[in-house]
Ligand binder design. Structure first.
Ligand code: ADP
Ligand code: MG
Length: 592
């Protein structure tokens, strides 16, 4: 049984507390099908989220099967299913694949036989079996809602909460979904609560809760609804509600509640058991009986052997496999990645010719003729300026292009699927599995991009210095920008904000690196530690060896840093990016 006792969810508005859920009390037994109805904005979703544990209750207590959730912690992920208002599936997957991923993420199956059995059961239960291999992109609204339900049913939850899963559907689909939910409540004692603003098919519910301005205005069987509001038709309930404030409705419901429940023996018993209706002292159950009831409740709790969550690495494997599948199915994304991968190195090699020219060396024995000596010095200087600026520019170009790839890799990675991630975290997916899957996916992109860039450019240019250390700097600059953009994407509210910020981040790399424009010294000291392009550029120049190093030193006012300092700076940036990304993933951002 689910019980709410005087539950409030309160926010502070202009320093004043506002109850978005105002002392809500009701009980719903096992196998109960309940509707929470009310006009838009009356607090239905807020109440549902409070039941789900997404909104922490500020007063009162929530109970499930005799367990005080307010004290003993929320329901386990497999005990509760929550179907939110938004879609929770990737368009690129098929129905079958989405349900399989949901099962693998939420339920620890002993073998593939058990996994298939679960998937088939859910497909049958929700009527999705005939369209199991269809892509989610082409599903109708009703089919998508069924899929949302199916993805929750994989763990066989005993409490199923659904938010507006019928809204926006045609009348037939709406009827089908309400019937489906009704049937689901009749299986294995599952309590199903549906939030809806629609007043159709009321007869199918065991009870209706009418919500108004965060308060409970009525909770009882559908047959009593019109009687309670003194209206002829349920459609008149909302206009009647609007005539009084939520608090007034709540007060009058509390006054009349017992009289209404008096006629309904079972409902009355439940509400007495839950302590929502107070019995006269003479009728109160004796202490012993209460103890006995508590024991049975505890026993019931232990009897259910819930499916255990899969391990961190199992979830990681599922998430990674799904990420690659989505990547390869998104043609635009694949084409863009391939185009970037192939074209960017070509752009760099356009500039390779001038960088290849030899630099004249000063002879160890000075010319005796002072004019010749000066002339020779001038020639060396001119060579240094020409080659130095060509090499410096080319390395910077290479670094900036890799930074751009890094930002393209990660800018939308988390922000673009935040809601799905939040939903999956609620269903038991660990943030660490999620982070690892993103890191593994992005590492593959980073390695492919940086190695290909380095090898292609090397082929046309033939570096004088260490190829290995040049490659490491290219990998590191890509990795650090990717990690920082992953962090941005994990902290920002929308993919648009995250993309914009990531583009700015890359855009400012060039001017702030100091390689092109000399920056005021103080400014440079402050910004340089944060500019990945500077460290990768400086490290790469050093890797090219003495002659070029000196040539670049001649043309730039910015001081070059030793290779190992550059290496550690880039590693530190990457680590910071990963840590911030992780913090962003752990933080709840359900509403965004
Ligand atoms: N966390 C929150 N902080 C501030 N206001 C909120 C929060 N959650 C909901 N609200 C406000 O509470 C009201 C009820 O919202 P909601 O429960 O979504 O309504 P319904 O689902 O009935 O349409 C809305 O005005 C909404 O803006
Ligand atoms: Mg809502």
């Amino acid at each position: 049984m689910l019980e709410l006792k005087e539950v409030c969810f309160t926010i502070q508005k202009d320093g004043e507390p506002v109850h978005l859920v105002n002392h809500a009390s009701f009980a719903a037994p096992r196998g109960h099908f309940m509707a929470i109805v009310g006009p838009s904005g009356c607090g239905k979703t807020t109440l549902l989220k409070t039941i789900a544990g997404l909104n922490p209750e500020s007063e009162g207590s929530l109970w499930w099967e005799g367990r005080n959730l307010s004290e003993e912690g929320d329901l386990e992920p497999w005990e509760i299913g929550y179907v939110p208002q938004f879609s929770i599936a990737y368009d690129e997957l098929t129905v079958d694949e989405a349900i399989e991923a949901a099962t693998r993420l939420r339920v620890k199956c002993r073998n593939t036989g058990e996994l298939d059995q679960r998937i088939d059961r859910v497909l049958e239960e929700t009527g999705l079996a005939p369209i199991a291999d269809r892509h989610i992109r082409v599903l109708s609204g009703g089919q998508k809602r069924r899929l949302g339900l199916a993805m929750e049913l994989v763990s066989d939850p005993k409490l199923l909460l659904c938010d507006e899963v019928t809204s926006g559907l045609d009348p037939r689909s709406e009827r089908e979904i309400v019937h489906l939910l009704h049937d689901l409540s009749r299986n294995d004692g599952r309590t199903v609560i549906l939030v809806t603003h629609s007043l159709a098919h009321l007869e199918l519910y065991d009870s209706i809760l009418v919500s108004h301005e965060g308060s409970v205005a009525f909770h009882g069987p559908p047959s009593q609804l019109t009687h309670y509001f003194s209206v002829d038709d349920s459609e008149e309930v909302y206009p009647t509600l609007a005539k009084q404030s939520g608090t007034n409705w709540q007060e009058s419901w509390e006054k009349h509640r017992e009289a209404y429940y008096q006629k309904l023996t079972r409902t009355r018993e439940l509400h007495i058991e839950a302590g929502i209706i107070k019995l006269p002292a003479s009728e109160e159950p004796r202490g012993e009986e209460e103890e006995e009831a508590k024991k049975t409740d505890k026993k019931k709790k232990n009897e259910t052997s819930p499916p255990r969550l899969p391990g961190i690495f199992s979830q990681f494997g599922t998430l990674l496999a799904r990420r690659w599948k989505i990547f390869f199915r998104d043609r635009t994304q694949v084409l863009l990645q391939v185009a970037i991968l192939l074209c960017f190195p070509v752009l760099v090699t356009f500039f390779a010719e001038r960088g290849k020219e030899p630099i004249k060396r000063l002879s160890d024995i000075p010319e005796e003729n002072i004019v010749l000596e000066l002339q020779s010095r001038v020639e060396v200087r001119e060579d240094q300026i020409r080659v130095g600026s060509a090499v410096s520019g080319m390395i910077m170009f290479e670094v900036i292009l890799l930074a751009l790839m890094g930002s393209n890799n990660a800018a939308r990675e988390v922000a673009g699927e935040r809601k799905i991630m939040e939903k999956e975290k609620f269903g038991g997916v660990r943030p660490v599995s999620y982070l690892l899957s993103k890191l593994a996916f992005l590492t593959c992109l980073i390695l492919a991009q940086s190695l290909w860039m380095a090898m292609f450019v090397e082929f046309f240019w033939q570096f004088s210095g260490s190829f290995a250390s040049h490659v490491s700097f290219l990998i590191l600059v890509n990795a650090s920008i990717t990690a920082i953009c992953l962090a941005i994407s994990s902290v920002m509210k929308t993919p648009e904000q995250s993309s914009l910020l990531s583009i700015y981040l890359v855009g400012f790399q060039l001017p702030l690196s100091g390689a092109v424009l000399a920056l005021p010294e103080l400014f440079e000291t402050i910004t340089q530690p944060f500019v990945s392009a500077y460290w990768a550029w400086s490290g790469s120049i050093e890797a090219l060896g003495g002659n070029i190093h000196t040539a670049v030193d001649v043309i730039t006012e910015t001081e070059l840093s030793p290779g190992n300092v550059c290496f550690f700076a880039l590693c530190a940036q990457t680590m910071v990016g990963i840590i911030v990304a992780w913090m962003g993933m752990v933080r709840h951002q359900w509403d965004n």
